[in-house]
Design a protein around this ligand. Structure first.
Ligand SMILES: Cc1ncc(COP(=O)(O)O)c(C=O)c1O
Length: 410
């Protein structure tokens, strides 16, 4: 569960274009949140389309400035709301990253051509592989010797990519729950000692290794770029051993500020690190961000139903919990609670713990958030909820219902 970094003002650090109070009412993407919540009910996810496209164009500009051949594939596991996918498709500035046959099918249904879909999955069944191979042109990164052998048998001569664990990884603020690569027993990717066997196996089946894939981070920010630099040095070791690659995919993992003391990732510095390692070698550089594009574009709106002090803690109970957004409870990644009606400037902020309505001890959305006095019926918007919220939702306690709306640019 996330605990608050005590901020003197609950709004000072997270306001940004399109998000903030207008005449005392929280607005997202130029739309007032209160009337939307009253019209559609809560739990309600609101996604700011303009913010997603801004995030994408900022990332693209940083890579363009480095003069790199590149491709961005949006990781739809972070948010697969069809109107959002269709908007990105229409924009035509990115491909899409998928991790299951059903995600590939949704990407196709939303208009993405197979050649613009990158697939990187894990623990794939024969049925999964059969379904995937029907999408001719789908870019497939395989993460086990088993998958190489199976694809080799089913589709000899096919082009493939290999997902590699370069032996190092980084998570948000050294959060060990967010390790996608490195030592210590991650399930992902081919490990260093498997790499020669992977190349031999591919050769034996006539498979053409056209790409290498390294997803090594989750939520990293500027202070961690030196670690990313080390990781990329390790990745280059693999890249050198496969001549003629079409692409090197550096995965996702770009973070956004989650607490007041975080600063936005410096994309100019990030792209310098990327270009230093992967520029000028004849291959394209692909990346597949999820959170960076959608996390700060989404809010989850919930209603307060119980305000009560228990022991030393003031609890505000709300009509949603970790079944709607798993990250605070499971990954200790905070969502920022903000009142939908701005508090009076004279209101005294008090540490308030937001309790979800799921009968599990872990179901706290925020500990000791500095909030004005709350009452039943008040609306709270949880900021930075656009990634890995709805897409990871469950029906635990049969409380799985919620509404999602993509807000168009005003
Ligand atoms: C293979 C792969 N690519 C991309 C992503 C997207 O990561 P993020 O949302 O942190 O950018 C993930 C997330 O789990 C992933 O597993």
């Amino acid at each position: 569960m996330a605990s608050s970094s005590a901020s003197p003002s609950p709004t000072a650090w997270w306001t940004r274009p399109g998000l903030g109070y207008v005449r005392g009412e929280l607005h997202v993407g130029g739309h007032a949140v209160g009337p939307l919540a009253r019209a559609h009910g809560t739990p309600l996810y609101l996604y700011d389309a303009a913010r997603v496209t801004d995030n994408l164009s900022r990332l693209r500009s940083a890579l363009t400035a480095r003069d790199l051949p590149f491709r961005v594939c949006y990781a739809m596991k972070s948010n697969r709301h069809p109107p959002l996918l269709r908007t990105l498709r229409r924009l035509g500035q990115c491909g899409i990253d998928t991790c299951s046959p059903a995600e590939v099918a949704r990407a196709r249904a939303c208009g993405f051509a197979a050649e613009n879909i990158s697939f990187t999955g894990t623990s794939l069944s024969d049925a999964d592989l059969n379904t995937l191979l029907r999408h001719e042109g789908l870019v497939m990164n395989l993460d086990s010797l088993h998958d190489i052998a199976r694809v080799g048998a089913l589709a000899p001569g096919r082009r493939i990519g290999l997902r590699i664990n370069p032996g190092l990884g980084i998570g948000y603020r050294r959060n060990h729950l967010l390790r996608y690569a490195g030592g210590g027993g991650t399930k992902f990717g081919l490990h260093r000692e498997q790499f020669p066997a992977a190349l031999r196996l591919a050769r034996r089946h006539g498979l053409i290794v056209e790409g290498l894939h390294f997803h090594t981070g989750c939520g990293y920010l500027t202070p961690q770029l030196p670690v990313l630099d080390e990781i990329f040095t390790a990745c280059r070791d693999f890249v050198r051993r496969v001549p003629g690659l079409r692409y090197v995919n550096i995965g996702g993992g770009l973070g956004i500020p989650l607490v007041a003391s975080d600063r936005p990732l410096d994309l100019a510095k990030w792209s310098v690190v990327v270009a230093r390692h992967f520029g000028g070698h004849g291959h394209e550089v692909w990346c597949e961000p999820g959170d960076y594009l959608v996390k700060d574009a989404g809010v989850l709106v919930l209603e307060v139903n119980t305000v009560e002090r228990k022991g030393r803690t003031l609890y505000a109970g709300v009509n949603g919990g970790f079944q709607l957004h798993i990250e605070p409870a499971f990954y200790q990644l905070p969502l920022v609670p903000a009142p939908v009606r701005a508090a009076s400037p004279r209101a005294r902020l008090q540490p308030t713990t937001i309790a979800g309505h799921i009968n599990e001890a872990l179901d706290l959305l925020h500990a000791d958030a500095p909030l004005p006095p709350l009452a039943n019926g008040d609306l709270l918007a949880f900021l930075n909820a656009g990634g890995y919220g709805a897409s990871m939702a469950s029906n635990h306690c049969m409380r799985g219902d919620f509404t999602e709306i993509l807000l168009p640019a005003p």
